[in-house]
Ligand binder design. Structure first.
Ligand SMILES: C[S@@+](CC[C@H](N)C(=O)[O-])C[C@H]1O[C@@H](n2cnc3c(N)ncnc32)[C@H](O)[C@@H]1O
Length: 201
């Protein structure tokens, strides 16, 4: 993935401006206050310790810099049992809007804010193709792509595994269509170091 991304950056003529590295977001290999902005796109809810991910983002952003996350969010009341079941099928842990903003505040960020629309609209989940418009989850993959996907799943996971994948996909998209799961964009600012803000004025 790193190699392909590096090649694509070169092809796009932006090699001077970007670098790709592999790492664990729960323990970033960067010094404190390294970046102006730190963004995590839908990879806070996957690691075991989402709070550590956000704490690390707040650590490596400079004082006054922004931390931004885009994450799956419950859009309407869902029982704890259904939340667990859907999170298991989805492979990530959606949280309530207030839980995400609370996590940013607990990491020491201020001016915490969020936006639920248009990120939460069901079509955001399936309208993911650059090459064409997608009107429903079934249309995300072409028939050829679906066959190739099944061809990769079957040898590794057998018929039972492939059926499970299709069931998970179906349960997940049913929840999206029922507007139980959406996305949210959340951000906050790392406080300026004591005295810096006044000195800057
Ligand atoms: C839903 S995808 C996000 C996709 C990404 N925004 C993109 O556009 O490709 C979640 C990603 O998080 C990565 N991931 C899971 N655990 C991680 C961890 N502890 N540290 C860093 N990345 C992790 C997965 O490998 C996966 O690529």
């Amino acid at each position: 993935m790193v190699r392909r991304a590096t090649e694509r950056a070169a092809a796009a003529g932006v090699s001077e401006r970007v670098r790709f590295e592999l790492g664990d977001s729960q323990k970033l290999a960067f010094a404190d206050a390294t970046f102006d902005v730190v963004v995590n796109e839908c990879a806070v809810g996957i690691p075991d310790d989402s709070e550590a991910v956000v704490r690390e983002m707040a650590r490596v952003v400079r004082p006054g810099g922004r931390v931004v996350i885009h994450e799956s969010t419950w859009r309407r009341p869902v029982s704890a049992e259904e939340k667990n079941d859907l999170a298991e099928r989805y492979g990530t842990t959606p949280l309530e809007r207030d839980e995400w903003t609370g996590m940013l505040r607990s990491a020491g960020l201020e001016e915490v804010a969020d936006e639920g629309e248009p990120w939460s609209r069901p079509e955001v989940f399936w309208n993911v193709r650059k090459d064409r418009k997608v009107c429903c989850p079934l249309m995300i993959l072409t028939p050829g792509e679906r066959l190739r996907t099944l061809g990769r799943l079957l040898p590794r996971h057998g018929v039972k595994g492939a059926v499970k994948v299709l069931q998970n996909e179906n349960a997940f998209f049913s929840a999206v269509k029922a507007e139980k799961i959406g996305y949210g964009l959340y951000w906050g600012r790392r406080p300026e170091a004591a005295g810096t803000r006044r000195a800057a004025r």
